[in-house]
Design a protein around this ligand. Structure first.
Ligand SMILES: Nc1ncnc2c1ncn2[C@@H]1O[C@H](COP(=O)(O)OP(=O)(O)OP(=O)(O)O)[C@@H](O)[C@H]1O
Ligand SMILES: [Mg+2]
Length: 499
């Protein structure tokens, strides 16, 4: 179906693709793994016609794609690409993106066709998407924007034969990811679709691919059947040292009795009804890591926002009376493009903007202190960049790590984590979990929302939200992914909890 032959790509001194060769057969699902900055997105964009290669050949169904390649040529040969970064227009409606993607299709009847096509794809992929084709993109949640972006990439008049998905589930909860993979399998079985999947969520790549290709520093280093792969093996293939910790889900730990927990309460929420939340109560103590679980859009992010807003001077009355936070707050967003990064600034400035007062004397930043601070973080969480690089030249996972460093370096009393590991590779995740634990040991309270259930096992306690209410509080002894899933579904859902 696809043959990539000796493809090279450089950005200045960075070798993003180094003699990459790869074959994908009809109906095959192939996972591409690799550390942040290994060159996965670059390869995807070269195949999809977004980025030009310096050398090498791309052959689809026996036909060589031109160089410079174009999106149109790639699409005409049946190749579609869903990007890692959300590339939608906030001020356009959902269906209008179908027209924007291919202006040659815009004629008198296009609006009706576009609405029908995007709805059909969304319904087929994500039965519970809740997205109206008429909605403005700005009104959609990050997960909805991700669903829309994937569905949009598959709207094609002549059908798709190879679908490249770059981090498709990074903002999707486990149940939405399950829907997506069910769709992909159906398309493969019925229409022979080939799929290339790039994902840092271990469950995605280990459970849903026939073969795994590992890239390291721009080159393909391993190509083996996924059935032969373990998490440890994958990390070794990706270049992790043999003694690196694995972020594997631990067993439920011993139950602890916290009735005599005397640590200070940092976050106290009681009777909070705001946006989608109904009478929510929760606490986070100093040194505690508390997770928020539940199905997509059941109030988790509303709760994070309410806690964050409680420190604002102007805040809704309902938050004022229901939420108190003692001490300073730092916030790490997973929606890096919209609410995290300063796109015109360097890596270093993006990182230190939250700690400038501690890096200054007499109101002026001391460059030595700043560069010491940034180089320490760049090393600690393996950011593949230097402090002076522009943030936009970093790979997605490396951009996300800069935001993590910004939040952690503030050593706040409360650290709010809003899916902070979106697109961060598994080797770094293990190290970052350890750093979070260090922060907590130093007294920081951590409130953590994640779209990946296994990540919740890193927490001391987890609140499960269901339709805006706290449906369960799981303490360390009861904390398993099964318990989380069970508490996420309502009693009336038919069997979803066990599927
Ligand atoms: N437009 C660009 N300008 C300069 N360097 C770039 C550009 N795009 C990518 N790079 C560099 O190329 C390398 C590969 O980046 P790429 O985005 O392909 O990595 P990736 O494997 O997708 O990583 P991640 O897992 O974080 O998404 C990185 O070192 C990155 O900094
Ligand atoms: Mg990438």
């Amino acid at each position: 179906m696809l043959e990539v032959r000796d493809v090279d790509k450089r950005y200045g001194h960075t070798i993003a693709a180094d003699k990459v060769s790869l074959e994908i057969y009809p109906g095959e699902m192939v996972s591409i793994a690799g550390h942040n900055g290994a060159g996965k997105s670059t390869l995807a964009k070269i195949i999809g016609g977004i980025v030009n290669r310096d050398a090498g050949e791309i052959i689809v169904n026996g036909e060589s794609l031109p160089n410079p390649n174009t999106v149109r040529a790639a699409r005409a040969s049946g190749v579609a690409l869903a990007f890692q970064e959300i590339t939608l227009f906030p001020d356009l409606r959902v269906f209008e993106h179908v027209g924007a993607a291919d202006l040659s299709e815009v004629d008198f009847g296009w609006r009706r066709r576009a609405q029908r096509d995007i709805k059909r794809q969304l319904d087929a992929m994500f039965p519970t998407h809740g997205i109206s084709p008429q909605a403005l993109v700005a009104s959609l949640s990050l997960a909805q924007r991700q669903m829309m972006q994937i569905a949009l990439s598959t709207v094609h008049p002549d059908g798709i034969r190879l679908l490249i998905l770059d981090e498709p589930t990074s903002a999707l909860s486990d149940d939405l990811a399950t829907d997506l993979f069910a769709y992909l399998r159906r398309e493969r079985d019925e229409n022979g679709l080939s799929v290339v999947l790039v994902s840092h969520k271990i469950a995605d790549s280990l459970n849903h691919s026939d073969r795994t290709v590992v890239m390291r520093d721009g080159a393909v280093v391993v190509d083996r059947p996924t059935s032969e792969l373990t998490v440890r093996q994958l990390m070794t293939d990706m270049g992790a040292p043999p003694d690196a910790e694995t972020p594997e889900a631990g067993e439920a730990t011993e139950a602890t009795d916290d009735s005599d927990d005397t640590r200070d309460v940092v976050v106290s929420v009681s009777g909070l009804s705001w946006r989608g939340l109904a009478d929510v109560a929760c606490t986070v103590r100093a040194g505690e890591t508390v997770g928020l679980a539940g199905l997509e859009s059941n109030g988790q992010r509303d709760l994070l926002e309410a806690v964050w807003r409680s420190r604002r001077f102007l805040k809704p009355r309902r938050i004022r009376s229901a939420v108190t936070v003692a001490g300073s707050i730092a916030y790490v967003s997973g929606d890096r493009q919209t609410e995290g990064l300063f796109p015109l600034w360097s890596v270093g400035r993006n990182m230190t903007i939250g700690t400038l007062s501690t890096l200054s004397r007499l109101g002026l930043v001391v460059p030595k202190k700043e560069s010491y601070e940034t180089s320490t973080w760049i090393e600690q969480i393996s950011i593949k960049a230097t402090a002076v690089d522009s943030i936009g030249s970093l790979s997605g996972g490396n951009q996300q790590k800069v935001l993590l460093a910004r939040g952690m370096s503030q050593a706040p009393d409360l650290l709010i984590l809003d899916d902070p590991f979106r697109g961060v590779d598994i080797t770094t995740k293990a190290e970052a979990y350890r750093q979070l634990q260090d922060l907590a040991d130093g007294g920081t309270a951590i409130l953590w929302f994640t779209s990946e259930n296994r990540e919740l096992l890193e927490c001391d306690r987890v609140y499960v939200l269901r339709e805006g209410e706290v449906s369960a509080e799981l303490k360390s002894g009861q904390l398993t992914t099964d318990q989380i899933i069970l508490a996420s579904f309502s009693e009336t859902d038919d069997g979803g909890a066990t599927s």
